[in-house]
Design a binder for this molecule. Sequence first.
Ligand SMILES: *Cc1c(COP(=O)(O)O)cnc(C)c1O
Length: 403
Amino acid sequence: MTEQEYLAQRQSVLAEAELDTRAVRAGQVRTAEGEHAEPIFMTSSYVFASASEAAARFSGAQAGNVYSRYTNPTVRTFEERIAALEGAEMGVATASGMAAILSTCIALLQTGDHVVCSRSVFGTTTVLLTKYLAKLGISTTFVSPVQLSQWQRAITPNTKLLLLETPSNPLSEIADIRALADIAHQHNCLLVVDNCFCTPALQQPLALGADIVVHSATKYLDGQGRSVGGAVVGRVEQMNEVLSFIRTAGPSMSPFNAWVFLKGLETLRLRMLAHSASALTLATWLQEQTAVVKVHYAGLIDHPQHALAASQQKAFGGVLSFEVGESQEDAWQFIDATRLMSITANLGDAKTTIVHPATTTHGRLTPEQRLEAGITDNLIRVSVGLEDVEDLRKDLQRGLSAV
Ligand SMILES: *Cc1c(COP(=O)(O)O)cnc(C)c1O
């Protein structure tokens, strides 16, 4: 058997493999050194055998590496692996999650276009749309992620793109991806889903009808809080546009970060199931505590979209939020009494994090906007990590005792 035949057979075995297998193996091409782990190609440029080969590579007549803003083997391995996990034709890596969202918008929209966006998206995404895309003449209407009629009504003849996150941050509202994909396609729009909170291990938006998935790899894809990065996956037609923008504008992923994310992806499903199991245990416990007014977690049976979450997700994820006492002071006292959890706004880490959204992640909103979005002053968000769940429960108990 030739090496090429062997590689072709490996490719077809992988194409039919389950998610855990793709997470460990997809996208890797061994070099002549026979390395087992994926190598890090820390090189900005590549050499050519001759002047004519250089010319052929630059013109595109010959495939191959030219410069790491365009292609890099470690980054390509990450792109192929995240695309394989999301069930996408093609993936493009970016320098950050925000670069993934910006690149998608700039590549696919133009002046005069209109976006309909969930009002419960990452705060910086809102700023990107209302401050920077608005400056280019691209307008946005914000709607509730759970009110389909609001999406229907917001769509205009100029609407090109629908954008959402589900579950939302920090209230775990669940958007109906299938229904919103239908609405998008009735109006010739693309549905873009930020799949940061679930990752492809728990939810695959493309299989539910979405056109594009964006990621902040910084969160669960890394999973251990080490690197900033992002990804966009979808059909070749749109991804080539996104890739062209990234190659031109330059928000490309560093090869070192791509390697960190590759290592993260290998354990993705195991971690997501562990985060989800602990989050459900803690949400259930919190719900029983008298000082806790309300728990927001889609894994709880009385969550308004519990059935929808159960139908489009394999588990409910690692982020929960809850309202404690009556005021900001109560929430701050709770947070300050914990001893194990990290007080930080980051999420998707092996280390549990705790934060007060109203004065941090959502601090830039006006009080009215916060009220409308349900971000009350006594709300606390926890991104449940991989520590022993009983130790985490004791830490929450420390918080409760201070309220
Ligand atoms: C963090 C985050 C982003 C932005 O990602 P960065 O990697 O920080 O640029 C986008 N969307 C969601 C849902 C996030 O949590």
